[in-house]
Write a protein that binds this ligand. Structure first.
Ligand code: CP3
Length: 345
């Protein structure tokens, strides 16, 4: 078992820097696109053998040090009573957006075994098949709210913020229910064989720090508190433009914080009180550049990242569909090779 990724999460020494990419299973891969001609994302997720295969494709093709479960942050919300589809070229579209106290009251507790048995079965298959650790994940309350309140992807989060500022009691009730869902779901993942978990809060950087502190932070903290006893690394990814929120994270019971590319790694470590391993944070669009430019940027990150134990090479946000399989494969090999030289000198 390649345990470099887990060692880096625990800030233990490694022989070379571990790499994986957010959204590494995806449309840049022609074989994935072929599968997508036949099945939607949710149809793939409902077939454990196929979902496990799609999870393993980037591991084999790119040589990364961790797998991430093929699923979506929206997957479990059907179990609490939200009706949605993932629509091509749009993203999650919700048929019954949550806008009122009555809507929030209607949400049920998650039944992971009953409604998401296919996801747990995929995790069990991967636990047998993989020779790298499996990361599973959940959506964080604000980021999920930004879909289930808006009804579809949004740039302004207007309806979400209207609920947050205008009906704080309803808001906290919703956040509480989404936090329950995430904690229960991640515990079921761990029981099925997940080796690390990541909480995706991709859009929480849309909030001012004091609003994050008041409306979101207690709920994120409660998720990590309720999985604190699980013996696996826990990652919080506060997503794009979250640099100003980092000082608020220093008490979080997580092991790793994911950084976006706007925050230098050393600054990310400093702002979070030196308590976390850091994961990130290449601008995904650096991959559009010629190889020498990609390598120069990777080298810069590694030089900074390896100054202290606890660095996982990743992007600052998910891969985009037009990324190149060859460039990703080259980048992975380069990170391994360069960091190995650097760590042994
Ligand atoms: O990382 C991986 O390879 C594992 C799979 C994964 C998916 N979604 C599959 C997916 C993961 C980890 C996610 C998380 C996710 N989903 C996030 C957090 C990460 C991030 O990007 O910030 C968010 C915000 C979502 C919500 C979501 N799902 C959006 C906005 C979209 C549409 C945008 C797009 O890229 O098309 C999706 C659909 C989705 N989820 C796709 C995949 C592979 C693409 C559609 C498809 O192939 O059917």
């Amino acid at each position: 078992m390649n345990d470099r990724f887990l060692r880096a999460c625990r800030r233990e020494p490694v022989d070379r820097v571990p790499v994986w990419y957010m959204r590494q299973a995806g449309r840049y891969d022609p074989d994935y696109r072929k599968i997508k001609e036949k099945y939607s994302l949710l149809e793939i997720c409902r077939q454990p053998e196929l979902a496990a295969e799609v999870t393993m494709m980037p591991v084999r093709k790119l040589g990364v040090d961790a797998a991430i479960l093929y699923s979506d942050i929206m997957n479990p919300v059907a179990s609490i009573g939200i009706d949605f589809d993932i629509v091509k070229d749009i993203g999650p579209v919700i048929h019954n957006p949550v806008r009122s106290a009555a809507d929030v009251d209607r949400l049920k507790p998650i039944d992971a075994e009953g409604d998401l048995g296919h996801v747990l079965e995929t995790i069990r298959i991967l636990d047998r098949e993989l020779d790298v650790p499996l990361i599973t994940f959940a959506g964080a309350p604000f980021t999920l709210a930004s879909y289930i309140v808006e009804g579809r992807p949004s740039k302004s989060y207007m309806n979400t913020k209207a609920l947050m500022y205008g009906e704080p009691d309803t808001w906290h009730k919703l956040m509480g229910k989404l936090a329950d869902m995430a904690a229960t779901y991640l515990r079921a993942h761990a029981a099925s064989g997940a080796k690390a978990v990541q909480l995706f809060d991709s859009w929480v950087g849309a909030l001012a720090p004091h609003d994050f502190a008041e409306f979101v932070q207690p709920h994120v903290e409660s998720i990590f508190a309720r999985i604190a006893d699980l013996d696996l690394p826990k990652i919080y990814f506060p997503g794009v433009s979250s640099g100003e929120l980092l000082p608020l994270l220093s008490d979080l019971r997580a092991d790793v914080v994911g950084l976006d590319w706007r925050v230098p790694l050393a600054e990310g470590r400093r702002r979070t009180g030196g308590r976390f391993a850091v994961q990130g944070n290449l601008d995904p669009y650096v991959l559009t550049a010629p190889t020498n430019v990609i390598q120069e940027r990777a080298r810069r990150l590694i030089d900074e990242g390896v100054r202290e134990p606890g660095f996982i090479f990743n992007l600052g946000h998910g891969l985009y569909p037009e990324a190149s399989l060859d460039k990703l494969r080259e980048l992975t090999a380069y990170v391994h090779e360069y960091s190995q030289q650097k760590l042994s000198s």
